[in-house]
Design a protein around this ligand. Structure first.
Ligand code: PMP
Length: 319
């Protein structure tokens, strides 16, 4: 089943809140024709102090990096986009939501040279629940290794989060779902483990954590870096290294990380049971720490939460 998009009242466009249904672009926009847009996926969680956005500056930094890689001149600073995000969440009266900033090449040029095309910036916010299905966070999901590979480095720049790259993710995801799996893990062009369609992947063996190194085939996930930081903080060794496919099958535990997937255990891969077939001890420990921090239930020692109320109290920076 595809996820239903739930409309809210307003979308932020270039410094203004406009009605959701008015956020339209022309069919001949370069972004529509060629997938020329970069974006982010961020979560705001309900906390006792109202909505708090998880690692907003880190996501906006990646958005700016994506723009730079694709030579898109975004006119908005991170400080401005932080305020825009907070105002958009507040205007829509959301307690928790997904946040989708988008920077896209608009209308007015033809041909393949994108340089000079008008840039448009939007921030959409909308309700969003568990990504990989009801009960996935507790019970885990069944995954497969995809027959589709991730792109070779120097084809699509994997550090950029660009809409066009997600044609590959859609192939991976649709193929997995049609075969009855919740997700797939794709290999890199060299045949080593890369990532899921929209998540990074970790394995646990003998109490140590491993995840594929940043090798030009996978996105440098912000949840990935958060889980690495939490693990190191509690003394779990973490290795960023090349991982052969079969190491997934023989792992004690495997889990996905991503803004949408949060930290989702994987209970089988290609019908091979992983560990006990249930969320493992290390997975549960890391998941609990992660969810406690994002929901504001544990001390935010890393400074990862941006409370909407705090941002609204600040002097405006021109959004
Ligand atoms: N890989 C891909 C391809 C993704 O789309 C995502 C989601 N943005 C991730 C990994 C996980 O990244 P993050 O933890 O920053 O959401």
């Amino acid at each position: 089943m595809a996820h239903e998009l739930i409309a809210v009242k307003y979308i932020w466009k270039e410094g203004e809140l406009i009605p959701w249904q008015d956020a339209q672009i022309h069919v001949m926009s370069v972004a529509v024709q060629f997938g020329s847009s970069v974006f982010e996926g961020i979560r705001a969680y309900e906390t006792e102090r109202g909505p708090a956005v998880f690692r907003l500056p880190a996501h906006l930094r990646r958005l700016h990096d994506s723009c730079k890689i694709y030579r898109m001149e975004i006119p908005w600073t991170s400080a401005q986009l932080i305020q825009a995000t907070a105002h958009t969440i507040a205007a829509n009266e959301l307690k928790s939501c997904y946040v989708r900033p988008m920077v896209l090449r608009g209308y007015g040029t033809a041909g393949l040279n994108p340089v000079g095309t008008a840039i448009e910036t939007y921030i959409a916010v909308y309700p969003w629940g568990t990504y990989l299905g009801e009960g996935a966070l507790e019970a885990g999901v069944d995954a497969c290794v995809s027959t589709w590979f991730r792109p070779h480095p120097n084809t699509f720049p994997a550090l950029a989060k660009s809409a066009g790259h997600y044609n590959c993710s859609q192939l991976i995801k649709a193929d997995a779902v049609l075969k009855g799996f919740a997700e797939a893990i794709a290999l890199s062009p060299s045949g080593m483990v890369s990532e899921g369609s929209g998540q990074n992947v970790f394995l646990v063996r003998d109490g140590e954590l491993s995840t594929p190194a940043i090798d030009g085939s996978l996105l440098q996930g912000i949840t990935r870096s958060s889980v690495i930081a939490i693990a190191r903080d509690i003394g779990i060794p973490v290795h960023e290294r090349p991982i052969p496919r079969e190491a997934l099958y023989t792992a004690d535990e495997v889990f996905f990380t991503g803004t949408a997937a949060e930290l989702t255990p994987v209970r089988s891969i290609d019908h091979i049971t992983i560990g006990t077939g249930r969320a493992g001890e290390v997975t549960r420990l890391l998941q609990k720490r992660f969810l406690d921090v994002v929901h504001g239930r544990a001390a935010d020692n890393f400074g990862w939460l941006t409370y909407v109320a705090d941002v609204l109290d600040q002097a405006p920076v021109g959004v």
